[in-house]
Design a protein around this ligand. Structure first.
Ligand code: HEM
Ligand SMILES: *[C@@H]1O[C@H](CO)[C@@H](O)[C@H](O)[C@H]1NC(C)=O
Ligand SMILES: *[C@@H]1O[C@H](CO)[C@@H](O)[C@H](O)[C@H]1NC(C)=O
Ligand SMILES: *[C@@H]1O[C@H](CO)[C@@H](O)[C@H](O)[C@H]1NC(C)=O
Length: 318
């Protein structure tokens, strides 16, 4: 890399991490203005989960997508309007769902403290509650995010791709002030949920010119994926759970990486540098270490700045 480029990169990273550090989020932001907010949101998430076990995974992923585009500003919640196609209708939308849970939490909160709590904060609470309901760690969510006024489907290309290698993942995370340890810990979100064939078919059909199947996949696992997804770009709804215990926030995901039994190239890529590999081993051998690291990294991710207003309705700007 040229020296100028290195300097420029360093400067932009410094600015980015400075802006997230200078964020005005605080633990007691709603202490006086809406003390009940977290228990109201938790109840809505709990009720929705009791009816549909896929809700926690959806809300956790929704928060990640929100934070990675324009900061955690509720931009993922805005609906397309007029000529504008919003993030939620952009390409990696297949598995984004359960928006109704955030909308009904917002309604319940508005009934008690109108105009006070941002949709971005409600989503951050709901993501934490989702992890807790699944048997994961809890943490104190920093509060006081503002909602943004812009959401563009075209910007979803800024999300990391499941085909990314470790240097591409590192770049995507460091642009947002997140470290390699954050990358390994947050990837553990893949202990929950479901993936469609389209997200991992690159590994089981025409992987590269010498291998039809990614040789880092355990052969029996690759065969089972092929039976679920026999033909490229077919069966749009087909897919499989990320991990056999896909509603439990355990450390199985890291054990599966070591066995060549995770779905994405981006999961397997965590074994390709000594530093990230040793973290995978650490989290595979200690659920406690994973939970502690995950909570810390979620606080960092959910503190990425964005937003200007407190939306009245999470689907539309004021
Ligand atoms: C490291 C970069 C990441 C990549 C490349 C990635 C990619 C993906 C892909 C491709 C899917 C499946 C989409 C589908 O086919 O339906 C998925 C699902 C999911 N991701 Fe990630 N992800 C990343 C990081 C994260 C993070 C940081 C979290 C949260 C902390 C997360 C949580 C989830 C969850 C919970 C699901 C399941 C969603 C559901 O079942 O509704 N991911 N991810
Ligand atoms: C998802 O995005 C694709 C590509 O932009 C679009 O054609 C499709 O209608 C979207 N699906 C949903 C459910 O929003
Ligand atoms: C990752 O992919 C990029 C883009 O294809 C490539 O330039 C880079 O060398 C790759 N890095 C590694 C570690 O494979
Ligand atoms: C295909 O991928 C395998 C495993 O990553 C690698 O060893 C091999 O060199 C690749 N072949 C080509 C032509 O890139």
């Amino acid at each position: 890399m040229g020296l100028m480029l290195q300097v420029a990169l360093l400067c932009s990273l410094t600015i980015l991490s400075f802006s997230s550090l200078s964020s005005s989020l605080s633990s007691n932001y709603y202490h006086k203005s809406c003390p009940q907010v977290e228990s109201i949101v938790a109840k809505v998430v709990r009720d929705a989960t009791s009816r549909d076990k896929t809700v926690p995974a959806a809300l956790l992923r929704m928060h990640f997508h929100d934070c990675f585009i324009r900061g955690c500003d509720g931009s993922v919640l805005l609906e397309s309007r007029g000529g504008n196609k919003a993030e939620r209708d952009g390409p990696p939308n297949v598995s984004l769902h359960a928006f109704y849970v955030i909308e009904s939490a917002k309604k319940a909160v508005e009934a008690v403290c109108p105009g006070i709590v941002s949709c971005a904060d409600i989503l951050a609470f709901a993501a934490r509650d989702s992890v807790v309901l699944s048997g994961g760690p809890t943490w104190d969510v920093p509060k006081g995010r503002k909602d943004g006024r812009t959401s563009k489907a075209s910007e979803t290309t800024q999300l990391p791709s499941p085909a990314f290698n470790i240097s591409q993942l590192e770049k995507s995370f460091s642009l947002r002030g997140l470290s390699m340890e954050d990358l390994v810990a947050l990837s553990g979100g893949h202990t929950l949920g479901f993936s469609h064939c389209s997200s991992f078919q690159n590994r089981i059909h025409n992987f590269n010119s010498t291998h039809d199947v990614d040789p880092t996949l355990r052969p029996a696992f690759a065969a089972s994926l092929k039976s679920i997804c026999p033909i490229k770009n077919k069966a749009k709804n087909a897919g499989t759970t990320m991990d056999p215990s896909s509603t439990t926030f355990d450390n199985t995901y890291y054990k599966l990486i070591l066995e060549g039994q995770t779905l994405f190239s981006s999961d397997q890529a965590l074994l390709t540098t000594p530093n990230t590999k040793s973290l995978v081993y650490k989290f595979a051998s200690s659920k406690k270490a994973f939970h502690t690291a995950f909570a810390e990294s979620m606080i960092k991710m959910s503190s990425i700045n964005g937003g200007q207003e407190v939306r009245k309705d999470c689907r539309f700007v004021n």
